[in-house]
Design a protein around this ligand. Structure first.
Ligand code: ZN
Length: 218
């Protein structure tokens, strides 16, 4: 099973990728995790990535793709993987295509998680986290007992800067601009499936499994 999960921030694709990876014995690959791992291990690409991150700059595609290439060369990953939130641009998708061809692999399916904009804003803007123990809550879907303080350590909960309504609008706009061409890119290759990402985690997972069952997987 070789999949790509696409979708705006807050559509829940990471949760679905974790669940599916555990269920079918595939590996989830997210570029955030890859970057953190490479920095922690102090690999050549990790040191390069850290240089950009320390300056508050975006890590360039060449580094990110290098990390993905290294992972896909690992036989435990090559057997089955779910790319979560990568590629983000057509350029990255083309580079991913090259890496896969080098390894004699191809993608089975690209799943685009669709959630209405208002629902995404609701999900993201309701997030609260504890600055002390990092526990996360949601004002509507998973509130803390007191509503204001952390259940574990009683610290006052805060909203992360990038979860304010304004920041969310910007994140969604950037996502839509970058990703719209990516959707057509995979559609033209006959790889794209649209999935309704609304509803409970369980419902979405069942729909995802049903949809994938209609396609041949490696
Ligand atoms: Zn706490």
């Amino acid at each position: 099973m070789r999949l790509v999960f696409l979708g705006a921030p807050g559509v829940g694709k990471g949760t679905q990728a974790d669940r599916m990876a555990a269920q079918v014995g595939a590996k989830k690959i997210s570029t955030g995790d890859l970057l953190r791992e490479a920095v922690r291990q102090g690999t050549k690409l990790g040191i390069e990535a850290k240089g950009y991150m320390d300056q508050g700059k975006l890590v360039p595609d060449s580094v990110v793709i290098g990390l993905v290439r290294d992972k896909l060369a690992d036989p435990t990953y090559a057997k089955g993987f779910i790319l979560d939130g990568f590629p983000r641009t057509v350029h990255q998708a083309e580079e991913l295509g090259k890496v896969l061809r080098e390894q004699g692999m191809q993608l089975d399916r690209v799943v685009n998680f669709q959630v209405p904009r208002e629902a995404i804003v609701k999900r993201l803007s309701g997030r609260r986290s504890c600055p002390k123990c990092q526990a996360t809550f949601h004002v509507e879907f998973a509130p803390s007992r007191s509503g204001e303080a952390c259940d574990r350590c009683q610290e006052k909960l805060v909203q992360r800067n990038d979860d304010t309504a304004e920041a969310i609008e910007t994140r969604l706009k950037v996502y839509e601009e970058q990703t719209a061409p990516l959707i057509s890119f995979y559609e033209n290759q006959g790889l794209l499936s649209q999935l309704d990402g609304g509803g409970s985690v369980e419902t979405v997972y069942q729909n995802l499994t049903k949809m994938l069952a209609t396609h041949k997987m490696a």
